[in-house]
Design a protein around this ligand. Structure first.
Ligand SMILES: *[C@@H]1O[C@H](CO)[C@@H](O)[C@H](O)[C@H]1NC(C)=O
Ligand SMILES: *[C@@H]1O[C@H](CO)[C@@H](O)[C@H](O)[C@H]1NC(C)=O
Ligand SMILES: *[C@@H]1O[C@H](CO)[C@@H](O)[C@H](O)[C@H]1NC(C)=O
Length: 521
């Protein structure tokens, strides 16, 4: 009698649990902003009842039930040649890319060799699915073979050189600018030439410089027999991109590439710390929020630029929140509040915040659009130039070159965005477009992760485009055959024609019009 209800409960439990997966999330990058995206997905999955193991440089915040952290505590200071002052990189073409490769090699090697990861690899733990950041750390893909689990790659940047080999990315360089270039989707001939060149050099560096380093690390940590690293890169099941067509230039993707831009955004704002809230509420003329992200530290900013910024802030009616990592800021005007960290998302959600001064990182531009706050962007590194080129093109803000940053220019840019209504207007419209989606980006990401787990890697989603060689992909061989046939056909037609002519005319003279004309005369 008592067995039946127990069975019912057990079967409900079983059905409930049968949908729960063991998920490994690998997000070891040293950038806090990348970690924010990875841990947002990890937490989202855990809240859906999945068991998540997270390999990262930082612990998951806030700590979440079902998210088991393996924290490496790596930091940039351990890197050879550290510390890197990101304000001073990017003087030579591809210098930034080389830094990213170097960082990636360091992160992959140190993380795979860390105690926590080694313990995990030698345990009996199994995983149904692996989610790995796409940021120069391909060696980690060896864990796919190790745990016999399909891999989903999550790119915090959007489609980049690192995702190019993971799925089929159709579309032409004639309208898709390289991530490292400040171009829009409408390029001049010269810009297109630079775009092709940049893309080609990036590809070559990736193939001949970056991948061999990652292969070395891959071979160091994963025992044979194993597939080659290039095979594993090609075998990735799904690519999630932290972008959305309403934020970026529209472009085509293969079926197994999904846009989930803004998945980290707090849809429900959290209350702010009391001091920040009262600072914002007491600002009669609104608040400016100034942050250069997590990698660019205020203290690395050259003194004359800093003084120019301080002078401008001091002259404004608005109050300013400045993310500044030191205890004190010499010459700080009274209307400026400094803190080493601000809950950016919740601050931008405040209606009294009128302007965001940013480095133009993807998280920051995404958040500014979501919350409808116009920006003044000072791009410094990587895709920030591209993001700001885009922001300027769509009219949600003004770009300020760090080189030209002085009191006059900076003030002009700030005043322009604060007083000209068109920026706020436009960014509010963009916000409306970005929010108009059938599912939140996080729900969409969770759905696709579960989908890939349910269907054993979902090979049916992968286009065969990836299995083709370059010559086959662009149909160069087929076009050559067609072209050859056309040439042969034209040649044959010419021969037939001249044969017919010689049969009809008999001799050359009879058909020669000049000869005939002379005869008639
Ligand atoms: C793994 O499983 C084997 C056999 O099932 C067992 O002997 C061993 O102790 C387990 N190892 C760990 C680390 O749990
Ligand atoms: C590719 O992935 C599928 C499923 O995700 C797996 O079964 C297969 O072994 C993988 N192949 C290689 C070469 O890694
Ligand atoms: C990885 O790190 C180990 C020491 O921690 C070092 O011996 C090895 O050369 C590194 N490998 C690569 C490819 O950098």
């Amino acid at each position: 009698m008592k067995v039946a209800p127990v069975l019912v409960v057990l079967s409900i439990l079983f059905i409930g649990l049968s949908d729960a997966y063991e998920i490994l999330v690998i997000f070891p990058s040293l950038g806090k902003s990348q970690h924010i995206i990875g841990s947002a997905l990890a937490r989202g999955l855990a809240e859906k009842g999945h068991e998540v193991t997270m390999i990262a440089a930082f612990p998951t915040e806030p700590a979440t039930e079902n998210v088991h952290d393996i924290v490496t505590r790596l930091d940039l200071g351990m890197l050879e040649g550290a510390p890197i002052n990101f304000y001073e990189t990017g003087e030579y073409p591809f210098e930034e890319l080389m830094i990213v490769y170097k960082l990636g090699a360091f992160v992959a090697n140190s993380t795979l060799g860390s105690k926590g990861v080694q313990k995990l690899m030698n345990s009996n733990q199994t995983f149904d699915i692996i989610i790995c950041e796409a940021f120069a750390i391909e060696a980690f893909l060896g864990l796919s073979h190790h745990f016999h689990a399909p891999v989903i790659s999550l790119s915090t940047l959007g489609a980049s050189g690192f995702t190019a080999q993971m799925a089929d990315f159709p579309g032409s360089q004639s309208y898709i600018p390289n991530l490292f270039l400040p171009y829009t989707d409408k390029m001049t001939l010269l810009e297109r030439i630079f775009n092709i060149m940049t893309e080609t050099i990036e590809r070559l560096l990736y193939e001949w410089y970056h991948i061999p380093i990652q292969e070395k690390i891959y071979n160091e940590y994963f025992r044979d027999p194993k597939p080659s690293l290039r095979e594993t890169i090609n075998n990735i099941s799904l690519v999630l991109l932290n972008t959305h067509f309403s934020l970026s230039f529209p472009r085509p993707y293969a079926t197994n590439v999904i846009e989930v831009g803004g998945l980290h955004i707090n849809r429900k704002s959290q209350p702010l710390p009391a001091d920040i809230q009262s600072f914002i509420d007491s600002a009669k003329f609104g608040v400016i929020y100034f942050s250069m992200g997590t990698n660019l530290r205020g203290v690395d900013l050259a003194a004359e630029k800093r003084n120019a910024i301080l002078a401008v802030f001091g002259s404004l009616k608005q109050k300013v929140l400045w993310k500044w990592e030191d205890e004190s800021l010499p010459g700080k005007p009274n209307n400026v509040l400094i803190k080493s960290w601000f809950p950016q998302d919740d601050i931008l959600a405040q209606p009294n915040v009128k302007l965001f001064i940013t480095h133009g990182g993807l998280l920051s531009t995404t958040e500014s659009i979501y919350h409808g706050v116009p920006i003044v962007g000072i791009p410094v590194f990587g895709d920030q130039h591209l993001n700001m080129a885009r922001a300027e093109k769509i009219g949600i803000g003004v770009r300020m070159d760090l080189k030209n940053l002085d009191e006059v220019n900076f003030k002009a840019a700030v005043i322009e965005v604060l007083t000209n209504e068109k920026y706020t207007h436009r960014v509010k419209k963009m916000s409306e477009l970005f929010r108009d989606q059938p599912q939140t980006p996080l729900d969409s990401a969770i759905f696709w992760v579960e989908y890939i787990a349910r269907h054993g890697g979902a090979p049916h989603m992968k286009s065969t485009g990836q299995e083709l060689s370059c010559i086959q992909y662009y149909n160069i061989d087929a076009l050559m055959v067609i072209f050859t046939i056309i040439i042969i056909f034209i040649y044959a037609l010419g021969r037939v024609f001249s044969m017919i002519r010689s049969v009809l005319c008999g001799s050359k003279q009879r058909c020669d019009p000049k000869v005939n004309i002379k005869k008639r005369k």
